[in-house]
Design a protein around this ligand. Structure first.
Ligand code: ADP
Ligand code: ADP
Length: 233
């Protein structure tokens, strides 16, 4: 069951000095995969994630999410597609501090026309699952950093997205917090069969994923699978 298919992506930033940020990038992800894209700063990781998440469009090439090419949708369809199919996990969690934990988790569902009863049911279920039920009525400034990660994960998952995109989720964290975040992502991947694509510049973090794609100067040049040999592109 193919969740993501990336075909011959090329991204050229035009300008005085045009810059090729992605060059002939192709790979697929099956349901339940946890894949890292690893590379140094400036290698094209953010660009890749932005093109896959449809925040930016490719110069050429195609992206298919669940067999659908989001870059051919209208703006309106695209907003809905993104909210339904994608879940985002960022380094700084992006929780909204004027809302409660429960309201933060509900947000992706509140934006769609999901009945209120169903919203509460799904929020309750995901909170139980991630062990944060007791936090639901709290304000986000009353909870710890580790709890905030769980709340952000709950929000990314509550609408049951096909694909979770994680952008340097361990970016500025110390090693204990990094391990906690990776443990959480692995839990989402294993127990909920979530399909996760994470970009990172950290080899230690990448080594905890089932599959690692290496990117440099906008090209994938090597792939490693846990306990497996290497593929050269
Ligand atoms: P990474 O996330 O791996 O650090 P990026 O995808 O942010 O890499 O950047 C890849 C390359 O594209 C870099 O050389 C960067 O300077 C360039 N770049 C990124 N965004 C833009 C932009 N909006 N305009 C021009 N060049 C850009
Ligand atoms: P091309 O290089 O001609 O664009 P592709 O392999 O990207 O070739 O696609 C050929 C056609 O097959 C496209 O028009 C597209 O609609 C369809 N297609 C390719 N891959 C997928 C996919 N993973 N999911 C759905 N449709 C796809």
């Amino acid at each position: 069951n193919k969740i993501l298919s990336v075909k011959n992506l090329q991204k050229i930033y035009e300008g005085k000095m045009s810059h090729t940020a992605l060059s002939n990038v192709s790979f697929d992800m099956e349901k339940g995969e946890f894949t890292a894209v690893m590379g140094p700063s400036g290698s094209g990781k953010s660009t890749l994630l932005q093109v896959i998440s449809t925040i930016d469009s490719p110069t050429s090439g195609n992206v298919y999410i669940n067999g659908k090419n989001p870059h051919t949708l209208s703006q309106e369809e695209l907003a809905s597609f993104r909210r339904n199919q994608l879940g985002f996990i960022f380094q700084d969690f992006n929780l909204i501090h004027t809302l409660t934990v429960e309201e933060n988790i509900m947000l992706p569902l509140s934006l769609e026309n999901v009945p209120a009863k169903e919203v509460r049911k799904r929020t309750k279920k995901i909170a139980e699952y991630l062990g944060i039920s007791k936090l639901l009525p709290k304000r986000t400034f009353e909870i710890s950093g580790g709890q905030a990660q769980r709340v952000a994960a709950a929000r990314a998952l509550v609408h049951n997205p096909s694909l979770i995109l994680a952008d340097e989720p361990t970016g500025n964290l110390d090693s204990k917090a990094t391990n906690d975040v990776m443990k959480l992502l692995k839990e989402l991947n294993r127990k909920m069969d979530s399909t996760i694509l994470m970009v990172t510049h950290d080899a230690y973090v990448a080594s905890m994923c089932g599959r690692v794609l290496f990117i440099k100067d906008g090209r994938l040049y090597q792939e490693m699978t846990a306990g497996d040999s290497q593929t050269q592109f």
